[in-house]
Design a protein around this ligand. Sequence first.
Ligand code: GDP
Length: 737
Amino acid sequence: MYRNSRQIILKKWHYLVASRHRYSQKTNDLSKIRNIGILAHIDAGKTTTTERMLYYSGMICNMGEVHDGNTVTDYMDQERDRGITITSAAVTFPWKNCNINLVDTPGHIDFTMQVEQTLNILDGAVVVLDSSAGVEAQTLTVWRQADRYGIPRIVYANKMDRADASLPLCVDLLKSKFNITPLLLQIPVKESSGRFIGLIDVITKTIQTWHGACGQKVLSTAVEENTKQWEIICKSRETLIGDLADMDDTIANLFLDNGIDSIDSDQLLAAIRRVCLSQKGIPLICGSSYKNIGVQSLMDSIVNYLPSPIERHNLDVFKAFGSSLSARVFKIVHEKQKGPVTFLRIYSGELEKSQKIHNATQSKSENVGRVMIAYADDYNEVEKAHAGAIVAVTGLKSTVCGDFITSSGNALKVALKKLANSSNLTQEQSVEKLGVDLHVPDPVFFCSIEPPSQSYQLALESALSQLQREDPSLKVRYDEETGETILAGMGELHLEVIGERIKTEYKIAVDMSRPQISYKEGLLSSAKEEHKLDLKIGSTFHSVFVIMSILKAEPNKKLLSLDNSPDNASNTAAIHLNKLNIITSSVKAALTHGPKLGCPVIDVRFVLHWLETSKGTSDTVLSSAVNQCVHKLLKTAQTKLLEPVMNVEVVTDEENSSIVISDFGRRRGSIQDITNRSNNRVVTALVPLAELLGYSKDLRTITSGSASFSMEFHAYHEVSSKDEAEAVKNVTGFYPF
Ligand code: GDP
């Protein structure tokens, strides 16, 4: 797995030693826990920053560098190759009498489901900016996601060592893009040569400088009055206190009663914490992780300003569980020796080793094996873990990422009842509030995947089922007709990364077809057909006579219903449940290949009017008869081609909004809404996915990088006859004759 194996082995050894000796805090003191995510645009420096944090907290003895491919958090091979973070690695380390559980989040739009699952379990976040670029496209996306989950955050302006780094740029962009007031707590200090050497701390009125080979020593020097730096401090404190007074009554009163100079560092710190927790203000600090400047102050800020689990009121809903366990799975990794390792955030109660748990999402019970604290790819076993903790457990076999876990089915019932009584919610609303059900977006891309030879088929199946547990947005199905295994996912890169993981982690040299858009077929009209199948196999005579109708239906409606009319009820009521199950399965199988282009048929329902089978007719023959009848129905009713249409939201400045709108016109998009958000325009449009390939690059070009976008699946829409030729080419590779 590791390239520089000797260095990594040494590092792992130090890591284990360090973890045993230093992980001594009482993990059940909730006020001493920080569950934090790092959110950033790719390349802003979150991996480099995480590595430094582990080093300064004593969890590793050598620092890896991203470009050397030996950092602890980016431990999967693709991440090392691509330099992007794909899975959310959890890392725990001690700092200033607290335990920081740091969850790394994926940076690419295609992995949004993972980002959202991670945000679901966080109490706070550090948003890392590249200070030479400011707020970038992905920063906008993750910021909006963090807004949705109401996550308090601090901003770390990294890369201050770069000649083109600009703190004013970051401040301006934060103000204009997010309509927030950043609370500037540090000012970079540069030598006349431009070399970045330290930070002025506005709160403590000191200059901090970093020393030692890896910046492990931090020196704080009080700034003398009547110097240029003193002037900067006075001005910055004035702005900071003025801003804080607008957000916090305590500071406003102190300021009004006794003036700026009466406010001491502790009062300032407490006020910043209050406004950060209430998300009225965003502390802004700076540094250069690569040059080992500022990371310790960032860690102090995490402890000082971000909430502990008891201060995260968005998670109060889980109090309904009292002392019973409630937890969410946000990550699963498969390890050769330990098997599946499941990462959980515990919201309430305790989780002990060998405990029986109830998977509320799947209504299934399972036994936990070991309970461990995770350090990237190393673990420290514990007897039990408490509310607020992030733990890794072994032994869970059917749990998938995103599942909601409780101590028992009864604990869930009691909590739902409590919620219903206290908040006047229906059972359904309570289930939704707790996030019991897992919402997996529809996959919009697919490709076929083939093992190098038949002997690898089983290994491939097992790899795919493991990957699906880690990432429920990956779908796998076997196409009976073509004999191919089909992967479906959220984007081109999503499928590409899955393919690479199979090659590198599972050592199966799979062949994958080019990712294609997942077209579907929808009904043009309804139809009713009868079908008879008579077969003699050996000495047994098999006979099926079936009458069925096909009709258009709303998405996710019941697939098969029985004709209960007076003429037919006597027949349909007598159909055995086992036969009905076989019929439903064959209908589903038949729908995977529509008559138009062999795409799955959706939004249909069937009525079974009549079924006769002779004695001794096998299930297989019944299944074939139904399959043939469905194909007959589809041919008669005819289908039309449907394409996935995405709901796209572009946030851009006023100037570029008309360019974005006319570009949507060229992409067969229909504008849904144009609104203002702070100084920006938000354009929402429905656009066929086929027109959005490479959109992020195109958008960057047409708006000179000033816009950001996010998209999610909206619905399948009919392809007009004008655009059908292009769609046919997308599916078959050829234009139709
Ligand atoms: P991530 O994609 O956000 O995890 O970013 P990385 O930590 O992988 O960093 C991306 C690139 O920026 C790497 O080449 C780092 O060495 C470099 N980098 C990270 N932090 C700094 C910094 O403070 N200053 C400079 N100049 N480069 C940095």
